[in-house]
Design a protein. Structure first.
Length: 103
């Protein structure tokens, strides 16, 4: 899978360096993934949440941090949309602001 938006993860790990290893491991697993649909992704990441059209929330470091990725399973593109703490995530209107927009 091709990953777009690595700047978001770089800024995130600069702010929360304790998450660096977990983020890098997740990015490598996404890069090597060939998921054809959300069900295949959920087989590998049972704690991940599918919250919209191709929008997935991955938990990092248990549930301390969250990473929002919009995945186009057909084109095999994973677009990093947002990363932050669980508390910050709870304040977002994630479907409207990060998953449905084309940016």
């Amino acid at each position: 899978m091709h990953i777009v938006g690595n700047k978001i993860t770089k800024e995130f790990v600069n702010k929360y360096p304790e998450a660096d290893g977990a983020v890098n491991a997740l990015m490598l697993e996404i890069k090597n993934a060939t998921w054809e649909n959300p069900h295949q992704m959920k087989e590998q990441y049972r704690s991940a949440s599918v919250i919209g059209k191709g929008c997935i929330v991955f938990n990092i470091c248990g549930y301390k941090y969250r990473l929002v990725v919009k995945i186009d399973f057909i084109s095999q593109i994973a677009k990093i949309r947002w990363a932050g703490t669980h508390k910050e995530y709870d304040k977002l209107k994630i479907k409207e602001s990060k998953c449905l927009s084309s940016k």
